[in-house]
Design a protein around this ligand. Sequence first.
Ligand code: 9MR
Length: 364
Amino acid sequence: MRRFCLDRRYFPTAPGIWILAFLAAGSAFPLSQAKELPFRTLAKKKGILFGSAIRARAIEEDPEYSKFAAKQFSILTPENDFKFDALHPEESRFDFTRADQVVAFAKKHRQLVRGHTLVWHNPEALPDWVKNPDRTPAELKKLLQNHIKSVLLHFSKTANGVVVSWDVINEAFDEEGNFRQDSIWARIEPDGFKFFSWVYRLSHRIAPKLKLYYNDYGIEAPGKKTEAVFRMMRRLKQAGVPIHGIGFQTHGSSGWNTDLSEFPGILKRFDKLGLRITISEMDYSIPTPATSTKDLEQQARIYAEALKACLSVNSCQAFITWGFTDRTLWEGNFKEGFGASTYLDSEMKPKPAFRALRRVLTKK
Ligand code: 9MR
């Protein structure tokens, strides 16, 4: 008892002890980090999911990358690991190794996965056996049907409740708003409405619990393509085709897709069709090396505007960026001399865009 009284003379009372302990620890544990809630928590308070494109290989090989992804995100889009060439390298062989690694990571960190993508014309994401020019439309139809069925059934069995949505068709319209006739898949059915109806009805029959999205870029401002996509979505909805959402990729770069002032209004139009909305591949590339404060601030402004647009409609489910560090960029896809499109630099240090996103998410 006596000793306890003595001790009390030297040790402050309850609130005081915490203030002292905090000050003493201050240098080793900066206040800014101590109180920074991860993106996923901030986003949840705003009613949305927050995520990024992710690569199974980077999760495996780069601890800093995987630590950030585990902590910050509530939804992941496999950047390439769910694509046709990755999952179905030969006609009679599927390979789910990398895809299953993404799912395992998501399960471990209580994250959702957005499947990407079942039907995409881009030859980069198609294996040679599909691209064989001798295939008849009937053969193409059969192989696409088999691909969709096998892939959706695999994830229904192994990732039920984790893979919750899919970009079923990706980028089916050209810049003029035409259903792409140069796509290999248009050989199955050149009429866009009939093709969409077939693919979405088929996918819904196989996996009725999934939310099925259409996903495209360059539809964040008014124009021919935005209008064509809107009309197609409206027609599909009116016809009762099971299409549930639309992904606005929101890629941009200095000089392209820089004006997002009409984006909230566009989202409202799609929202009124009863579609869910996702900002699905947000990024903004700038001249490299990315040292200009003006460019970095412009990048920050665009990221913030896209996120605000998402928050402006109730149906916006998720804000997903196309990568989160300049360490792992989608090489080769940028204009010469451009890059640095994410919100962390290649050393994983926050760029102005990182702060800008946090400001939007923390604003009352
Ligand atoms: O970032 C992806 C890149 O690593 C791949 O090589 C490429 C082809 O599969 O696809 C890139 O991702 C694209 C996405 O799947 C669809 N929208 C545009 C993205 C950037 O090109």
